[in-house]
Write a protein that binds this ligand. Structure first.
Ligand SMILES: [Zn+2]
Ligand SMILES: [Zn+2]
Length: 178
């Protein structure tokens, strides 16, 4: 999605569109990181406005993603619902250069140059920021047995608990004497 800078009004304007995020699947598979899978597109609600040459965006990106659980290694689906807001200021060094150059300066401000804003990289970045740092199919996921590898959410096994699980330790003491 691209927006021509001339069309950014002073009074906020709201739009809805589908943004293609297939690029993310490429990025994630090339980096050998298959933790996440992305649909062809995500839904975006966006409000934008300007104050002089400063551009303001706020919005929300939603859609269904898949993740690979960090404990049981099963694929699961989850709903992404991420709100964001961004300010883009003109890049003084690049006035007159061709469009497309969006980057962050040392102060963490995003700058733009050219006469249109390509929203795709901004949205892709927001999606990456919104991803869980440790993907889990459920907070209660019991993971895989470290000895035999069974998925402990679905079956139990006869292996000893490796160590340290205090709840199991307590259960073992209770059994003594039966
Ligand atoms: Zn899991
Ligand atoms: Zn086991």
């Amino acid at each position: 999605m691209k927006i021509s800078i001339d069309e950014i009004p002073q009074t906020p304007k709201e739009i809805f569109f589908s943004e293609s995020v297939e690029e993310l699947n490429k990025i994630y598979s090339q980096s050998n990181n298959r933790e996440f899978g992305f649909p062809a597109s995500l839904e975006v609600e966006l409000r934008y406005s300007r104050m002089a040459a400063d551009l303001f965006f706020d919005g929300r990106v939603t859609g269904e993603l898949s993740g690979v659980c960090g404990r049981c290694v099963e694929e699961y689906r989850f709903q992404l619902d991420h709100r964001f807001d961004l300010v883009l200021i003109p890049d003084p060094a690049k006035a007159g250069r061709k469009a497309g150059a969006l980057h962050r300066d040392d102060l963490g401000l995003s700058t733009y140059s050219g006469d249109e804003i390509d929203l795709t990289p901004l949205i892709v970045e927001q999606v990456i920021l919104a991803l869980p740092t440790q993907p889990l199919c459920s907070e209660e996921c019991r993971g895989l047995c470290s000895s035999c590898g069974v998925n402990l959410n679905r079956e139990s096994c006869a292996c000893q608990s490796p160590s340290g699980d205090s709840r199991l330790a307590v259960l073992k003491t209770l059994k003594v004497g039966h």
